[in-house]
Every structure is written in C-alpha cells, then in structure tokens.
Design a protein around this ligand. Structure first.
Ligand code: PGA
Length: 252
C-alpha cells in the first residue's frame, strides 16, 4: 500500500535559528495532531540539517535535504555529498527540482549520478518532474515528463525504485499562485503511474507515492488530495509557516 506524504521544501529561506524554530513548531503540531493520514517530511537547507534533526522527532517528522552532490567525495569545493546528508540523520533528499535543473544546469545524467549516490547512502528520494508553460501549451508535456523519469530513474531495479517518491511539479505553477486544477494534476499523475507500470509493473506503480507541487496551500490541498492518484504534496511557500503547512498536512 502506498503512503501519503506531505513534504515541505523550504528552498533558500530561513536562518538556522529561524529554521529550528519552524521545525519545532511543525514537530509540536504533528505530535499534538495524533493519528495523521500522511507522513510528514520537511526539506531544509544543508546548513540546517544537523540542528533541525536535534529539534524534531525523526520518527514523526522526516527530514530531507534539498539536493546532494553527484560525486562521492573529494576535491569538489562547496559541494555536499549524499553521505554527508545521511550522516546528519536526514532520511530523504529532494532531487531534480526544476530550479536546480534550470539555474544550476542539472542534466538527466547528473541527476542519475545523484540518484545512485543517494540510494547508496540509504536516502529516500523525492524526485521532481514537470513541464514548462510552453510545453503545456504545445501539448508535448507527457513526452517531456516521460524523458525526465526515464533518463534519471529507469536504470533502477524495482527493489531500488521502492525508495523513490515522485513529485509532479508543473513549472508554471511553482511559486506563481497558479495551481494546476485538480483534474489537470490528476491527469498527469495517472499518466505517470501508467508509465511506471509499463516499466516496473502494476504493483510497483501502485505502491509509488506521487506528490503534487506548485502553489499547493490549505485552501486547495483537500481537492487535490481527494484525487485517486495524488498522494500528497511537495510544498514550497506554504511550508514556511507551521500553521499553513499543517493546514495542508491535515487536508487528508
Ligand atoms: P510552491 O513551490 O509551493 O511555492 O509553489 C513548490 C516547490 O517548488 O516545491
């Protein structure tokens, strides 16, 4: 049975002190909420991982990095390896976010290397895919998403694939206030699941958590999460306030 997950992606926001405070608020709210219908994960900057790990109960709130290096270790000034991320106690890493692909030139080949190193270090991966407005309007978005998944993930075995969470994040909906309608998102999620089934079979496809990301907020989360193929969200802006984030967590 697949899991529902609501994951925050703080991006490049908060100082360490602010991040620890936010993490504590989320942790307390999760503890107070009792039985939840989803797993909760927070994705935080590298600099925050160790301090945030101390501030949360990792059994209740998962901890994710927002990236990791495509090299194992060595002379790569400024990079942070998957082993380093894992050594903080974090259990997830977000890979392939459109901001990384676009602003830091992360290619499918680089992402494939990151995927392998993350898995080798025991991290679960939230792997992002999603099309630009141009591709949506041209109607070629399915081919584009297929290539994003195939080129960086389809070398994995079915067993390895159990550690992958997919996040569908249409670029035109990220941080824009424009959310994909629940029908638009459901259509792509169903398509992604059928594509996974072609490669890995129905069981793996049905067990894979597929998150929606892009201006997801308390006011629209319930409608999105009610769709059969939408198993939660990857939340940017609305994850920076504990109350908003919890409004999404409790939308299930
Ligand atoms: P947003 O970002 O919720 O601010 O649109 C989502 C994401 O980029 O993960």
């Amino acid at each position: 049975m697949r899991k529902n997950i609501v994951a925050g992606n703080w991006k490049m926001n908060t100082t360490v002190a602010e991040g620890v405070q936010l993490a504590k608020e989320v942790n307390e709210a999760v503890a107070a909420a009792g039985e939840l219908k989803c797993d909760v994960v927070i994705g935080v900057p590298f600099t925050h991982l160790t301090a945030v790990k101390e501030a949360i109960d990792i059994e209740k709130v998962g901890l994710s990095a927002e990236n990791c290096a495509n090299k194992e270790k060595g002379a790569y000034t400024g990079e942070v390896s998957a082993a380093m991320v894992a050594s903080t106690g974090a259990n997830y890493v977000i890979l392939g976010h459109s901001e990384r692909r676009e602003y830091y030139n992360e290619t499918p080949e680089i992402l494939k290397e990151k995927v392998d190193l993350a898995l080798a270090n025991g991290l679960k991966i939230i792997f992002c895919c999603g099309e630009s407005l141009e591709l949506r309007e041209a109607g070629t978005y399915e081919e584009f998403i297929k290539a994003e998944l195939k080129d960086s993930l389809f070398h994995l075995s079915a067993e390895e694939f159990a550690n992958i969470v997919i996040a569908y994040e249409p670029i035109w909906a990220i941080g824009t206030g424009v959310t994909a309608t629940s029908d638009q998102a459901e259509e792509v999620h169903a398509f992604i699941r059928s594509f996974l089934a072609e490669k890995y079979g129905e069981t793996v496809a049905n067990d894979t958590t597929i998150l929606y990301g892009g201006s997801c907020k308390p006011s629209n989360a319930q409608e999105l999460f009610a769709k059969p193929n939408i198993d939660g969200g990857l939340i940017g802006g609305a994850s920076l306030k504990a109350a908003d984030f919890m409004g999404i967590v409790t939308a299930f």
